[in-house]
Design a protein around this ligand. Structure first.
Ligand code: SF4
Length: 63
Protein backbone atom coordinates (compact mmCIF):
# COMPACT_ATOMS: atom_id res chain seq x y z
CA UNK A 1 0.00 0.00 0.00
CA UNK A 2 1.26 3.43 -0.87
CA UNK A 3 1.92 5.40 2.27
CA UNK A 4 3.49 8.54 0.93
CA UNK A 5 1.35 11.23 -0.53
CA UNK A 6 2.63 13.56 -3.16
CA UNK A 7 1.88 17.21 -2.61
CA UNK A 8 -0.59 16.73 -5.46
CA UNK A 9 -4.21 15.81 -5.24
CA UNK A 10 -5.16 13.64 -2.21
CA UNK A 11 -8.74 13.45 -3.43
CA UNK A 12 -11.55 13.39 -0.89
CA UNK A 13 -9.16 13.40 2.06
CA UNK A 14 -8.23 16.98 1.31
CA UNK A 15 -11.69 18.17 2.30
CA UNK A 16 -12.60 15.62 4.93
CA UNK A 17 -13.19 16.16 8.63
CA UNK A 18 -11.01 13.10 9.30
CA UNK A 19 -8.12 13.97 7.00
CA UNK A 20 -4.93 15.67 8.07
CA UNK A 21 -1.96 16.59 5.94
CA UNK A 22 1.41 16.13 7.60
CA UNK A 23 4.69 17.46 6.21
CA UNK A 24 8.00 16.10 7.43
CA UNK A 25 11.33 17.95 7.62
CA UNK A 26 12.18 16.87 4.08
CA UNK A 27 9.01 18.41 2.70
CA UNK A 28 7.30 15.07 2.06
CA UNK A 29 3.53 15.18 2.42
CA UNK A 30 1.57 12.48 4.22
CA UNK A 31 -2.19 12.24 4.24
CA UNK A 32 -3.35 10.86 7.56
CA UNK A 33 -6.84 9.44 8.05
CA UNK A 34 -7.82 9.87 11.68
CA UNK A 35 -10.78 7.50 11.27
CA UNK A 36 -8.21 4.71 11.28
CA UNK A 37 -7.56 5.34 14.98
CA UNK A 38 -10.99 3.95 15.89
CA UNK A 39 -12.10 2.01 12.83
CA UNK A 40 -9.91 -0.78 11.39
CA UNK A 41 -11.66 -0.57 8.02
CA UNK A 42 -9.65 2.56 7.29
CA UNK A 43 -5.95 2.81 6.60
CA UNK A 44 -4.09 5.55 8.44
CA UNK A 45 -2.31 6.32 5.16
CA UNK A 46 -4.76 5.55 2.35
CA UNK A 47 -3.57 5.16 -1.25
CA UNK A 48 -4.04 8.48 -2.97
CA UNK A 49 -5.97 10.01 -4.47
CA UNK A 50 -9.01 8.78 -2.58
CA UNK A 51 -11.86 9.03 -5.09
CA UNK A 52 -14.60 7.34 -3.09
CA UNK A 53 -14.85 6.75 0.64
CA UNK A 54 -17.87 5.83 2.77
CA UNK A 55 -16.29 7.60 5.73
CA UNK A 56 -15.86 10.94 4.05
CA UNK A 57 -17.50 13.83 5.88
CA UNK A 58 -17.25 17.51 5.16
CA UNK A 59 -15.53 19.51 7.93
CA UNK A 60 -18.05 20.66 10.49
CA UNK A 61 -20.52 17.91 9.58
CA UNK A 62 -21.68 15.93 12.64
CA UNK A 63 -20.81 12.19 12.66
S1 SF4 B 1 -12.49 9.06 6.04
FE1 SF4 B 1 -11.99 8.61 3.89
S2 SF4 B 1 -11.96 10.61 2.88
FE2 SF4 B 1 -11.84 10.98 5.08
S3 SF4 B 1 -9.65 11.11 5.54
FE3 SF4 B 1 -10.26 8.98 5.85
S4 SF4 B 1 -9.85 7.95 3.92
FE4 SF4 B 1 -9.86 10.17 3.51
Amino acid sequence: MESLASPGNPGLCQHCAHGRTLVNKRGQHFQLCERAKRDPRYSPYPPLPVLACPGHEEPGQPE
